[in-house]
Design a protein around this ligand. Sequence first.
Ligand SMILES: Cc1cc2nc3c(=O)[nH]c(=O)nc-3n(C[C@H](O)[C@H](O)[C@H](O)COP(=O)(O)OP(=O)(O)OC[C@H]3O[C@@H](n4cnc5c(N)ncnc54)[C@H](O)[C@@H]3O)c2cc1C
Length: 376
Amino acid sequence: MPERFDAIVVGLGAMGSAAVYHLAKCGRKVLGIDRFAPPHPFGSSHGQTRIIREAYFEHPTYVPIVQRAYVLWDELAREAGAELLLKTGGLMIGRPDSVVFSGAKRSADTHRLPHEILNADDVRRRFPALRPDDDMSAILEPRAGILFPERCMAAHLSLAVRYGANVRTEEPVHRWEETASGVKIVTTRGEYHADHLILSAGSWITQLVPELKLPFNVERQVLFWFESTTSPALFYPERCPIHLWQFGDRRFFYGFPDLGEGVKVACHHDGESTSPDQICRDVTSAEIEAMRSVVKRYVPGANGPLRSATVCMYTNTPDEHFWIDWHPGCLRVLIASPCSGHGFKFSSAIGEILCQLVAEGRTQFDLSLFRARSFA
Ligand SMILES: Cc1cc2nc3c(=O)[nH]c(=O)nc-3n(C[C@H](O)[C@H](O)[C@H](O)COP(=O)(O)OP(=O)(O)OC[C@H]3O[C@@H](n4cnc5c(N)ncnc54)[C@H](O)[C@@H]3O)c2cc1C
């Protein structure tokens, strides 16, 4: 007889590793399974650092979820005995009518979050590495910072195993089907049965639910690490918070302080559409020059030699909100991808939410933005 579980989680990246951890911690018999051996550099969760921020420009609905995520990241760090989150503060920079500035202000006001509003001179004086245009403003939020994604996922997975989870890697799942008493998955090595199935396959999600014809777009994204040309101290975390910029109608980039590997910067969106099995992982000199031209203008002290670059994937819904809902044709299957390029910070809380949905059928968080929806 194939082994049977309370829940199976397919895909052990940011969301799946957190879901397996929470399910195992609350006593469920859980199998987590991945086509690679997470943390790995082939999906959406690698690259050393991720931003966590609270004055969420995308929508105020995200704020209670990220607040829960902060609590859970702290608990996980204590439990794992690892540094997972470094608070640096965060600057959301743009013209006053930009989505980044006005959206962050809206979330800060709605949820009464501590913040300061700075003009361009204030930013240049207090954070000399950053050179906003004169007509830009910034929201400075004190709780923003940096998560270390590989460490976060390793912590979730190793603690999940300690709580009794069965974790299988290098085992792609080919397909799943509903059975008379639950759900069955078929992998390269066998079959497994469960009461519930969580699909958190990131950029591969559409391959596991082709019948839904979900309109998700996989977008190639490049991360760059440049050496600084000015005093390195300007990029130390105490002098340089994480910073996210809107510098055009649909043009965004973000940067981190130098944690010893160079100054990391990247564009948010602007990448070509691709697929997870065909993505080009080479970075071209034209891409490096395009990034450099943004750096020269807004973070000129980071315009040194390129130290490294890597390619990653966003999986976007048309409205760029998440997609977390039951499969419309099978209420034992929970779809928990994609997160449109801004999901990592929430993953500790999303793992808990997925566990609540499977174990209790509900959660206290408002998921209405993330429900299955059509975009006609
Ligand atoms: C360049 C970049 C920068 C980002 N910056 C930020 C940021 O600063 N802050 C932030 O909050 N978010 C950020 N994000 C977004 C965030 O990282 C993602 O939303 C999040 O990591 C996605 O997690 P996931 O679990 O959905 O996908 P993944 O972590 O990619 O996990 C999916 C997993 O499913 C597995 N899988 C797929 N198909 C199968 C199958 N058939 N069988 C078995 N396993 C399978 C894959 O191997 C993979 O391990 C960024 C993303 C990128 C790419």
